[in-house]
Design a protein around this ligand. Structure first.
Ligand SMILES: [Zn+2]
Length: 141
């Protein structure tokens, strides 16, 4: 019995290879569209575009689509904070005042630096998931 197979003339592979995953993540890490690498992800530092200005890939598909990014940023920042506390506690003889005076600005600066990258990573994860799910909007136009 012959079964119908999905169309093979689509530009998007069925599942992203490891090389493609790395390429998509590298593009979004630099603030670029995961699909074309030309379009920018952000209107401003913390404001994600609705879609790619070059090829129309939708970055913000629905309300709440970036909730996972908030968890990602929170977890990464908390891991850094925990590591910093351990390094300061075991690696220095600083008192509580100096420890807080050093660690709080480091965490705030890291959060400022990481937040747009976390948003980009989340866009890449969404894009790769959509490719794997064969969503129609990930194809070229
Ligand atoms: Zn693009």
């Amino acid at each position: 019995m012959a079964s119908s197979s999905p169309s093979t003339d689509r530009a998007v592979p069925e599942r992203p290879s490891n090389r493609e995953w790395k390429r998509f993540i590298a593009r979004t890490w630099r603030g670029r569209c995961p699909r074309c690498g030309d379009g920018t992800l952000f209107v401003s530092r913390f404001r994600l575009r609705a879609d790619c200005e070059h090829r129309g890939l939708v970055f913000r598909r629905e309300q709440g689509a970036m909730t996972g990014q908030m968890y990602l940023s929170a977890v990464v920042t908390e891991i850094l904070a925990a590591a910093l506390v351990l390094v300061i506690f075991f690696g220095t003889d600083w008192g509580p005042g100096l420890s807080i005076a050093v660690s709080v600005p480091v965490i705030i600066l890291f959060s400022y630096w990481f937040l747009p990258r976390g948003m980009g990573l989340w866009v890449a994860v969404g894009y790769m998931t959509d490719i794997a799910n064969r969503e129609p909007w990930v194809d070229g136009q």
